[in-house]
Design a protein around this ligand. Structure first.
Ligand code: PRP
Ligand code: URA
Length: 209
């Protein structure tokens, strides 16, 4: 059975998606809005994290309280995934951050890895892979495999815009991984871009085109 597929249906996320899809939105607003959507999504993505009960003393009495019972590691796929990291770490300040550098070969659309660095506690942690774009799914599938090779068992993927082709690939190759997307678009075009999508996310975040 495939993992959970969550497509967000929330007025604030729709509103912010409209902003980043608009070709007239400049780098500053694009970057800020990608981050804001990441923060809104993080709230829902972390809904099932386990908690442990503790007893604390308030100024008035004793109270049962609940704190996170698992370590959380965030793995942005460079470059575009970096645009969602600060938003999530601001909600989970104890989260550690690993990095995976993958770019797509523009002709073959195959992922090429150039960097990988993970925190030492990764195999026992809840891992959130973040990358705004799920196109062919090659970059995310490659990253999931890297993590599984290191013993990670609890992985979710969080992105902004996905194509059906990418969702299908992750569900087929990694049915244990939950997928969270702000929007599921129509298709890929002949160059492997998501239609209607938002263009090249890394270039729009960093002003490189
Ligand atoms: C983009 C995007 C994803 C990947 C998605 O990165 O940020 O990582 O493409 O495509 P896929 O699902 O077909 O693998 P890109 O390769 O442009 O690298 P960049 O972020 O460094 O620009
Ligand atoms: N990567 C992007 O940044 N945009 C797409 O549409 C596809 C892959």
């Amino acid at each position: 059975m495939a993992g959970k597929l969550v497509i967000f249906n929330h007025p604030l996320i729709h509103h912010k998606l409209a902003l980043i899809r608009d070709e007239n939105t400049g780098t500053k607003d694009f970057r800020q809005t990608v981050s804001e959507i990441g923060m809104l999504m993080a709230y829902e993505v972390t809904r099932d994290l386990p908690t442990k009960k503790i007893r604390i003393k308030t100024p008035v009495d004793y109270a049962d309280a609940y704190t996170l019972a698992t370590d959380v590691v965030i793995i942005p796929i460079l470059r575009a995934g970096l645009g969602m990291v600060d938003a999530i770490t601001s909600l989970i300040p104890t989260a550690k951050v690993g990095h995976v550098g993958v770019y797509r070969n523009e002709e073959t659309l195959q992922p090429h890895e150039y960097y990988a660095k993970f925190p030492s506690n990764i195999s026992s942690s809840k891992v959130l892979i973040v990358d705004p774009m799920l196109a062919t799914g090659g970059s995310v599938a490659h990253t999931i495999k890297l993590l599984k090779d290191r013993g990670v068992t609890n992985i979710s993927y969080v992105g902004l815009v996905g194509a059906p082709e990418g969702v299908k690939k992750i569900q087929a190759e990694h049915p244990d991984v939950d997928i969270y997307l702000a929007a599921l678009d129509e298709k890929l075009n002949e160059k492997g871009y998501i239609v209607p999508g938002l263009g090249d996310c890394g270039d729009r975040l960093y002003g490189t085109k």
